[in-house]
Design a protein around this ligand. Sequence first.
Ligand code: PLP
Length: 468
Amino acid sequence: MAPGRLESPITTLPDSSQTTTAPRESHFINLALTKTLPIPISGKGIELYLSDGRTIIDGCGGAAVSIIGHGNEEVALQTHKQGLQLAYAHPGAYTTTPAGELCQFLLDGNPHGFEKVFLCSSGSEATETTMKLAKQCAFEKGEPERMHYVSRWQAYHGSTMGAMSMSTNLARKEGFEGLGYPHVSHVSPPYAYQYQKSDETEDQYATRLIQELDDEFKRVGTQKVLMFTAETVGGATAGCITPPTGYFRGVRKLCDKYGILLHLDEVMCGVGRTGTFYAFEQEGIVPDIVTIGKGFGGGYAQIAAVLIHKKVVDVFRKNSKPFNHGHTYESHATACRAALAVQKIVRRDHLIERSAAMGKVLDAELRSQLAPCKSVGDIRGRGTFMAVEFVKCKDTKESFPPELRYGIQVQRFIHDLGVDVYPGAGTVDGIRGDHILIAPPYTVTEEQVRHICSVVRQAVLEMEAVYM
Ligand code: PLP
């Protein structure tokens, strides 16, 4: 055993977690009081073992979080060791070794020009941080009139007030209409399946979307817009929508023209999910700010990061003002150690390349296995980040009535058959966009991919027998 390593791996759970064997009423205040949730007692690889004896194949890594699978002993040991050594030191007064190493890991040999990292605990915090960073940057530049953010329809950037204002996942905003930051407006996302016109080329579609963004910047006032925020590959709300070629190059050009910051939210699609560490690497552009989360800690730590380009950092440097923002648990030592351990495994085991390769298998399997399904309108995505959109009629692309909650029903059916996928609906303009998202850990095998797809097929065919 290497010096400093623990004598015995922590693979056994404390007794208390083993004693509950039946689903219990949820303790979460945001779920209906009557709702019961299954209890995963442990997990290994892409399998979750529930208290009722069932095994679930994790076909979506939770919410595209678990990138190296469950129960990784290396990560558990590293985290345990860090906890024994130092779990916490106040981030206003100290920088811990794991936080430093993690930032170094992100910035080392970095070809994109990011110079600083803000480590926080969730994707929502990362969005809030980015919004405030953009505002202070404009202020330091002597542009205090920049107060407005533009984001896109069918997007999710988090559940806190600022992040919710940037988000357009209508279901998540229900009951909170009118709350949040007031100076936010939205433009169309690149959602070719539902919105690209039949007589429009990909190039023309990209041009139309960029023109809409230009029009929105002008409507608000190009001197008043702070930042444009977009998911590089749209995740949960619209279901793995990929941009048409040239879209982000056009967006970048427009932001540069007007001095508007470009923030790409890669909380869901980043850290190798689409086959490259950042999804924007496939777009030929670099944002001013990129946010990552989910796969960054791989489910082993609650951690997210805001990476800030030199262009923005220089504004702060020039004006010698620190960023006026912080959280008690930012750059938490054990969270950073866990994330670093996850990322080192990803690098050592070439898991991003594996995400790209398994993504090809997943794409091909979904297409062949779902070919007979009448309700499967579109299969799209990149890497191990794939969505299946359901429609009532393939010719018209008409969606199922929203009250049917077709996508959610399919997801529940799949769960009953022992596989987890992630449900979603991109409600806007009366188009529901029912879909499921499939995003397994990058460690998934070809056989497991085939199994996930065959279960999806079985569930969809059975749903169709009832509803079509
Ligand atoms: N941004 C995107 C693109 C997301 O998908 C999410 C969560 O689903 C968030 C931000 C918010 O992250 P969190 O749930 O960690 O606050």
